[in-house]
Design a protein around this ligand. Structure first.
Ligand SMILES: NC(=O)c1ccc[n+]([C@@H]2O[C@H](COP(=O)([O-])OP(=O)(O)OC[C@H]3O[C@@H](n4cnc5c(N)ncnc54)[C@H](OP(=O)(O)O)[C@@H]3O)[C@@H](O)[C@H]2O)c1
Length: 510
């Protein structure tokens, strides 16, 4: 017997079952007083610390305009953690984390504040052994991305001292269209090399999204039917039941398609449609996702294959809610889409002729994100049509959120009838199959940044390809008059139902 046969896989550092623990490092959050930081980033940092995945000297630095001392900052983080963290509060974990917290007050234009930040970084290197390893998280309004990157360069923060690393994490939206995304990429890459840049698409941090790869490539039963010979069409939905809340300034002028389709839904589509990657490293994954995005074609007739709309007043959760144009801060003449649906084709051998319908909207019937792969009907049925009246098409539905899992829908004989066939479903639910609860997407993504693992971050080319797909749709919508309206709490505008009805199909009502 060879030595390798006795090799204990639990001792192998490449073993993916082992927890991955970040090395000495710190995280600087720009825009740390903002909504995203309080609700997602601060709690994620605490949860990582609580799971023992951060190094003991880990340091968290915040940057924003408030005149806060370190102590005020620590209190805000404390409150955010108590309110939003996933794991239980433990005083000793909190204390260790709080000792490494610093706050730098300042405007992004303020050179003195960036000098102060550099001093704080040096001080923490000395005191807490962060070893010069820092990630800069730009959780700031997108118009400030170039300014912050430029300031990091100017004050020597982007240059890693010998033997250490510096990384930039950039929130979405990455650009407004292809041209602005290319310009932003140019600015960012003047300062940071491609492997130093981590663009956030938090959907990729979700367990259910990573599971698409496990489902497809670790099993034998799905892949043989995952193609044009068996699949009729694919529907990818991200529905929200909330309106724009207080985010008028961010949302108006951007809209549903730019906010959700350009990034989250096209990434889900790429993972659903791609070929098996040569391995699971970042380069191989990007290669395959990019091949799909490059093969995506919009139908020639955008009038009939895209829909945009705005929510009108209506009832939701038993409450009367306002329409989009009546929301605070929205121009009553706004044409911004709060609902968007597009039909896309993938011009390759696997998918030719199989439409991918992508839709997203606010104030829809229910909060749900899912990918439904809908199969063709059986080519021949030995049953008469009355037996199969209530039989739909077979489907595999990946439930991304909130009720994480997967459903397989198929026909089954109704007991007691001579032969009546009806749809039934077989369910896999994370909550029932696993005892571990799923980490939040931001936990996974922040840890990956600290480890330098780029698998779950879209690269330059993917972002630009996604804008190439969406730009003609937005340009077409710009030539139209007022968007269609749909009642809040409904499943979107009639035009979207008509779009699918023309193809002899209908949207799922999840
Ligand atoms: N909120 C979400 O759920 C969400 C989801 C996905 C992506 N994102 C993205 O995440 C980023 C942050 O979003 P957010 O909702 O957290 O934004 P936000 O609530 O508006 O916060 C913006 C932050 O930037 C700071 N800031 C603004 N102007 C500044 C300036 N001139 N100098 C220094 N600091 C300045 C603000 O701090 P002070 O006012 O205290 O200075 C605040 O901390 C955006 O890119 C957004 O698109 C957000």
């Amino acid at each position: 017997m060879t030595a390798t046969a006795w090799h204990n896989p639990l001792r192998d550092p490449r073993d993916r079952r082992l927890p991955r623990i970040a090395g000495p490092s710190g995280l600087v959050i720009f825009g740390v007083t903002g909504d995203l930081s309080r609700k997602k980033l601060m709690p994620a940092v605490y949860d990582l610390a609580n799971r023992g995945l951060l190094p003991p000297g880990f340091s968290l630095l915040g940057f924003a305009r408030r005149e806060w001392e370190d102590q005020d900052f620590a209190e805000v983080v404390h409150d955010a953690v108590r309110e939003h963290a996933r794991t239980p509060f433990r005083e000793e974990v909190w204390q260790q984390l709080a000792d490494g917290m610093r706050f730098i007050p300042g405007d992004f234009d303020d050179d003195t504040a960036f000098e102060q930040l550099r001093d704080a970084v040096d001080e923490l290197d000395d005191k807490r052994g962060t070893s010069g390893n820092y990630a800069f998280y730009l959780s700031v309004p997108p118009k400030f991305f170039p300014k912050v990157v430029e300031q990091l360069k100017k004050h020597g923060l982007a240059d890693a001292p010998e033997g250490s690393w510096r990384r930039a994490v950039i929130e979405k939206p990455f650009g407004h269209d292809l041209k602005s995304a290319q310009e932003l990429n140019r600015i960012v890459h003047e300062v940071f090399a491609p492997d130093q840049v981590f663009r956030i698409d938090h959907y990729l941090g979700k367990e259910t999204v990573q599971n698409i790869l496990a489902l497809r490539f670790a099993n034998q039963m799905y892949e043989p039917v995952w193609n044009r010979s068996y699949v009729d069409h694919v529907q990818i939905t991200m529905a929200e039941d909330i309106g724009i809340g207080g985010r008028a300034g961010y949302y108006d002028g951007i809209g549903a398609a730019r906010d959700v389709i350009q990034n989250h839904l096209l990434q889900l589509m790429a993972l659903t449609a791609m070929e098996e990657p040569a391995s699971f490293d970042a380069a191989s994954l990007v290669t395959e996702k990019l091949k799909v995005l490059k093969s995506v074609r919009l139908p020639a007739d955008l009038e009939r294959s895209t829909v945009r709309a705005q929510y009108a007043a209506g009832w939701q959760g038993g409450e009367r809610v306002r329409g989009y144009l009546q929301e605070d801060g929205i121009d009553p003449r706004s044409t911004t889409d709060t609902y968007a649906a597009v039909k896309l084709e993938v011009d390759n051998r696997r998918w030719a002729g199989v439409p991918f319908y992508l839709r997203t909207g606010k104030r829809l019937g229910r909060r749900v994100t899912e990918i439904a792969v809908v199969f063709q009907r059986a080519p021949h049925s030995p049953f008469d049509s009355t037996a199969t009246e209530e039989l739909g098409q077979n489907a595999i539905v990946i439930r991304v959120q909130p009720d994480e899992g997967m459903t397989v829908r198929f026909g089954s004989k109704v007991p007691g009838t001579s032969m009546e066939i009806r749809d039934v479903s077989m369910d896999f639910a994370y909550g029932e199959s696993f005892t571990e609860s799923s980490p939040e997407a931001y936990e996974r993504l922040i840890l990956d940044v600290l480890l330098g693992d780029a698998n779950l971050f879209p690269r330059t080319e993917e972002v630009e390809e996604s804008w190439r797909i969406l730009d003609p749709v937005e340009e077409h919508w710009d030539t139209l008059g007022r968007p269609a309206q749909y009642a809040s709490g409904s499943w979107g505008p009639e035009e979207a139902d008509e779009m699918l009805a023309r193809d002899g199909r209908s949207w799922r009502r999840p």
